[in-house]
Design a protein around this ligand. Structure first.
Ligand SMILES: [Fe+2]
Length: 99
């Protein structure tokens, strides 16, 4: 069963994104389950893939909200902005070795 069947909006344009997200998360979980230094590079790779996915998804969603004149677009874009800031803080902490 695809995530779209469980969480979908019914709009193919939006519903294919979560399938990719779930695939990345499954791969990241497998890499975390390895749990050794051996899996560190794989975890980092899937972590970067997840951030790239999120950014592409946000851009796609924000364009759709503008095109459809979604009434809560400003509030939703603010959620994206906070997520981006949180990610930047986490990456900064991780690069300093304290995250
Ligand atoms: Fe969103």
């Amino acid at each position: 069963m695809t995530s779209a069947r469980v969480y979908g909006s019914g709009h193919a344009n939006l519903d294919r994104d979560p399938d990719l997200l779930f695939l990345i998360l499954q791969n990241l979980k497998r890499a975390i389950d390895i749990g050794s230094d051996e899996g560190a590079d794989t975890r980092a790779l899937f972590g970067m893939e997840l951030l790239a996915y999120a950014e592409a998804h946000f851009e796609h969603e924000e364009k759709l909200m503008e095109r459809c004149q979604y009434p809560d677009a400003a509030a939703h874009k603010e959620e994206h902005r906070r997520f981006r800031m949180h990610n930047a803080e986490c990456r900064s902490s991780a690069s300093r070795g304290c995250g």
